[in-house]
Design a protein around this ligand. Structure first.
Ligand SMILES: [Zn+2]
Length: 117
């Protein structure tokens, strides 16, 4: 499953952050998922609950998913518009030909650790 591959990538990066910052564990991982990616947030969440149990530094932590709106720029007239709300069509000229300029990414925004310990 696509989402699991992504999750293992996240786990590896967070593990690295832990090593670099001398952390035993994290409390939450915040990731951003663009609407224009094929990632299904529910699958990520479900997968995380299973995977996080396998790692000491993740056990009991939370995965917070932030959805980023997909923005397209029409190749015909240059209009920038929210892709999903317009069903992929340019609201100005009706063209389907566009570049996705925002919301095509998946990345880790933040690794949260409780200060008090
Ligand atoms: Zn247009």
């Amino acid at each position: 499953m696509h989402e699991l591959t992504l999750l293992y990538g996240v786990v590896q990066k967070v593990e690295q952050v832990c090593k670099e910052n001398d952390l035993d564990r994290v409390d939450a991982i915040v990731i951003e998922v663009g609407e224009a990616t094929s990632v299904i947030p529910e699958f990520l969440q479900d997968g995380y609950e299973v995977i996080s149990d396998d790692y000491d530094f993740l056990r009991g932590s939370e995965l917070i998913i932030e959805r980023i709106r997909a923005i397209g720029r029409c190749r015909g007239c240059g209009t920038e518009f929210p892709v999903v709300a317009n069903k992929g069509l340019c609201p100005t000229c009706g063209s389907f030909d566009k570049d996705i300029i925002e919301g095509a990414d998946f990345f880790i925004r933040e690794v949260r650790v409780m200060e008090t310990q």
